[in-house]
Design a protein around this ligand. Structure first.
Ligand code: NAD
Length: 492
């Protein structure tokens, strides 16, 4: 979110000069008057149909392109289809109960809300928000809220389904859900974002609740946004319910009932699992090199926490560009720079590189921590790493997975690797319910125990069924859900 930044300018008449066959996107003549770098204007992307376009140079060729070109191009691969393919793959191996798999292949509830919000200049904008509840057999629905222009119902369905697998693997008493609003936060002022968040919360009404469905931060949402959701929710319940509502969201600021360690939890969980993988494989993390895609909450914390092992961060990519320094990039220093400048672009202690160079960088560990569908059959061939620790949800397509398997690149799959966030969200929820406050040491200790236990369950399933870690993680998740459905039966 960029505070008090004004919305896109309307340059109306600008037209794309060409599109490419591969990307089907807008490209603009470099240096054309009015197309200064970073400038925003109205235009229609022929692929993703985004209306607000930001001018960015393509580092390797100098042509101009839509800000979201990469994510939009990757949207050609439907994440929801990939998630269902993964479920089928596990079914083929273990022959789970077909009726139970039929239930798990569908989402339970899907809510789409169109809600009006007043902008600072008095105009009204109608926005679209989603909440998909995939399954609550193991406990209340749980999952993040994403603010992004490419959010759509299929993406939210997929992410909600992944949440069900994640909570099942972690052995925590939650189901799976996800939500989001289709918007680019940098187009709105802080005040507008607050009104959008509050109005969306109001529109969700009783479809969320402290013991029913509990949102948390995800891409472009943060503790501040959780505090606004909490306040709005508390303001709409009766006075006697107010203080029983504090656990309606997790990932809150500490002062508003958040937990120590929640902000870094996803990154911390990734690092605990990299340590565990290294121990299992006799791999020395001291002096090892790593690269990170996405330098937001997950990517920056994972990068910073890897420092204590004496590992070297050599390349980083985010939505603004990619950078490389083989001597090492100080993750804390870069995090400060990103806070001030909104991205890694322009960081002078590393050299700018293109996306292709980033993907071919030789490193020991790659942490994708941005968006889905980044590791495809093509990019999986380019990667020059030993381990991929998936911080993002769905960063690898099934075709990309096959290539990684053939090339012998180890993967700690998303539903295990990034579960630190939901595990500490569970701790936050528990502390709120019991009016307790745990210190950082207690949180880290409990997180380490839970996430390493989950890793061992997945690793043991991989050995038992002779499958890759992703399929094993899926098997562990479905096994737990199948057991619960079998014990309880299907109502009536
Ligand atoms: P964030 O908004 O804090 O950061 C997202 C990062 O991705 C930013 O650095 C952004 O510049 C980068 N990015 C966006 N589009 C990109 C592109 N096309 N190419 C390269 N980089 C791009 O979000 P986050 O909370 O760190 O989430 C990142 C990923 O981790 C998401 O997939 C999310 O679902 C997943 N995840 C987050 C949590 C959590 O606790 N926040 C928990 C589990 C999983």
């Amino acid at each position: 979110m960029k505070e008090n930044k004004r919305k896109s300018e309307d340059n109306g008449s600008l037209k794309p000069i060409s599109t490419t066959k591969d990307w089907k996107l807008l490209y603009f003549e470099p240096g054309r008057p009015g197309l200064e770098e970073g400038r925003k204007f109205k235009g229609l992307c022929s692929y993703c149909e985004l209306i607000d376009i930001c001018v960015l140079p393509k580092p390797d060729t100098g042509v101009w392109r839509c800000q979201y070109y990469k994510a939009a191009a990757r949207k050609k691969t439907n994440l929801y289809e990939n998630v269902l393919k993964q479920l089928e793959k596990a079914e083929d191996i273990v022959h789970f109960d077909r009726d139970i798999c039929k239930i798990l292949a569908e989402t339970m509830n899907e809510l789409v809300v169109h809600f009006p919000v007043k902008m600072d200049d008095g105009r009204v904008k109608v926005l679209t928000g989603y909440r998909v509840q995939h399954n609550n057999a193991l406990g209340p629905f749980k999952g993040g809220l994403r603010f992004h222009p490419l959010v759509d119902i299929d993406e939210i369905r997929a992410l909600a389904t992944l949440m069900t697998w994640k909570t099942a693997i972690s052995n925590i008493p939650f189901g799976g859900a996800k939500g989001g609003i289709q918007l680019d936060p940098s187009d709105f002022t802080k005040e507008e974002l607050e009104r959008i968040t509050r109005r969306f919360t109001f529109a969700l009404g009783n479809n969320i609740g402290p013991d029913y469905d509990i949102p948390a931060p995800d891409v472009n949402t943060n503790p501040q946004i959780m505090a606004w959701i909490l306040d709005t929710y508390m303001s709409t319940v009766t006075p006697t319910e107010r203080n029983r509502s504090i656990h309606v969201v997790t990932g809150k600021p500490i002062e508003s009932g958040g937990s120590q360690g929640r902000n870094k939890a996803t990154g911390q969980g990734i690092v605990f699992l990299i340590e565990k993988w290294a121990k299992d494989h006799g791999f020395n993390l001291k002096g090892a090199t790593y690269m990170v895609q996405g330098f937001g909450n997950v990517g920056s914390w994972a990068a910073r926490l890897m420092k204590k092992h004496g590992s070297r961060l050599i390349a980083v990519e985010d939505v603004t560009g990619a950078i490389l320094n083989k001597e090492g990039i100080d993750a804390d220093d870069l995090a400060k720079y990103v806070m001030e400048h909104g991205g890694v672009r322009g960081y002078l202690k590393a050299q700018p590189i293109g996306h292709e160079t980033f993907m071919t960088t030789k490193a020991d560990i790659f942490i994708p921590a941005a968006l889905e569908n980044q590791i495809t059959s093509e990019t999986a061939e380019l990667l020059n790493v030993k381990l991929i620790a998936e911080g993002a949800n769905g960063p690898t397509t099934p075709e990309g997975d096959k290539v990684l398997l053939r090339r012998g690149i180890d993967v700690i799959p998303d539903i295990l690797c990034n579960s630190g966030g939901v595990i500490v969200s569970y701790f936050e929820w528990l502390q709120n319910k019991r009016s307790e406050f745990w210190d950082m040491r207690e949180v880290d200790h409990k997180l380490h125990k839970m996430i390493v236990n989950a890793y061992e369950r997945v690793r043991d399933a991989a050995r038992k069924y002779k499958v890759d870690m992703r399929t094993a993680a899926q098997i562990v998740a479905i096994s737990r859900l199948e057991m619960v459905y079998k014990e309880r039966g299907i109502f009536p």
